[in-house]
Design a protein around this ligand. Structure first.
Ligand SMILES: C[S@@+](CC[C@H](N)C(=O)[O-])C[C@H]1O[C@@H](n2cnc3c(N)ncnc32)[C@H](O)[C@@H]1O
Length: 280
């Protein structure tokens, strides 16, 4: 992929896009804070839960200080940023979106697994910056966190506890509100609310040019790819957020690619994200 897309942007647009990335990730702030994620059944975990319950009652929250590296590389769950995806994965998203617009690759954009909506807001903003007037950004999520593992169909997910993390459950109202605060809650953004297995197979999407999958689990990754990869145009991009971070996600991608004969090479984005450009 062409890595030097910036020449196509005016100086002002370049500054706007960079500012957006820094705002959505909170790289703009001199100090950032991350959600604490101690294991539940450890002493530290129990102490944290008790302490947090106590201070929450008074309007406070126990957090840890984040770092510029965390936010650049998307390694933490930020306290208030609209995306946990770091700056490097937003750089990749920018390159993919600008590439499909420049090369006239047909199809909408989707993120499956949006949390607070930051990456999807960034997609919509990029369409505006690129002067695209046609494409829709699809925003797919349960808006209530991750599903429980389904041991019969996806034994790999057994033991996955992410469904217990209420920090991953962000309501549709909150995500819409985030879009509105950035000025992008409009008819070019469409929300698909529900579990991927229920909403994606029948989603009224004709074609996609960017398919961004960020659902963490084997089940979620596989269901997103199964439903939507057949709609990805040649020249379009598949982006997988959790390939390096979550072994079950990597397995889903590898199984899917093997089963479907996808042979385009997987390219790394950072320590966890990967992507490939569909050619066949
Ligand atoms: C890690 S977060 C996504 C982070 C987000 N892309 C960002 O920019 O910060 C994972 C999201 O996937 C959603 N999710 C995971 N599996 C899902 C499924 N099977 N169906 C619907 N939503 C799912 C969760 O609700 C959560 O919002």
């Amino acid at each position: 992929m062409d890595q030097a897309l910036s020449p196509g942007l005016s100086d002002l647009d370049r500054r706007y896009v960079d500012l957006l990335k820094k705002s959505l990730t909170r790289q703009l702030s001199s100090t950032t804070y991350s959600i604490l994620l101690p294991r539940r059944r450890t002493i530290a975990g129990i102490a944290y839960q008790v302490l947090n319950a106590l201070v929450r009652a008074h309007g406070y929250e126990v957090v840890r200080r984040g770092s510029a590296r965390d936010r650049r590389e998307g390694r933490d769950w930020p306290l208030d940023a609209e995306t946990m995806v770091g700056g490097l994965r937003l750089d990749n998203l920018e390159e993919c979106v600008r590439c499909v617009v420049r090369d006239d690759v047909p199809g909408d954009l989707i993120e499956c697994g949006v949390w607070r909506g930051g990456s999807a807001i960034f997609m919509r903003a990029l369409l505006a910056v690129c002067g695209d007037r046609e494409r829709t950004v699809w925003v797919a999520d349960s808006f209530r966190g991750l599903p429980k593992p389904d041991p019969a169909r996806y034994p790999v997910d057994v033991g996955d506890l992410l469904h217990q993390r209420d920090q991953l459950a962000v309501s549709l109202e909150e995500v819409k509100d985030n879009f509105a605060r950035y000025g992008y809650l409009d008819e070019r953004v469409r929300f698909l609310e529900g579990w991927f297995e229920d909403v994606l197979p029948a989603a009224p999407i004709e074609k996609l040019s960017v398919l961004r999958v960020d659902g963490d689990m084997y089940k979620s990754t596989m269901e997103a790819l199964e439903s939507l990869y057949p709609k990805l145009s040649r020249g379009g991009f598949a982006i997988i957020d959790d390939y390096g971070a979550m072994p079950s996600c990597k397995l889903a991608v590898d199984d899917f690619r093997l089963r479907r004969g996808v042979s385009e090479p997987i390219e790394p984005i950072d320590w966890t994200g990967v992507f490939w450009r569909r050619t066949a």
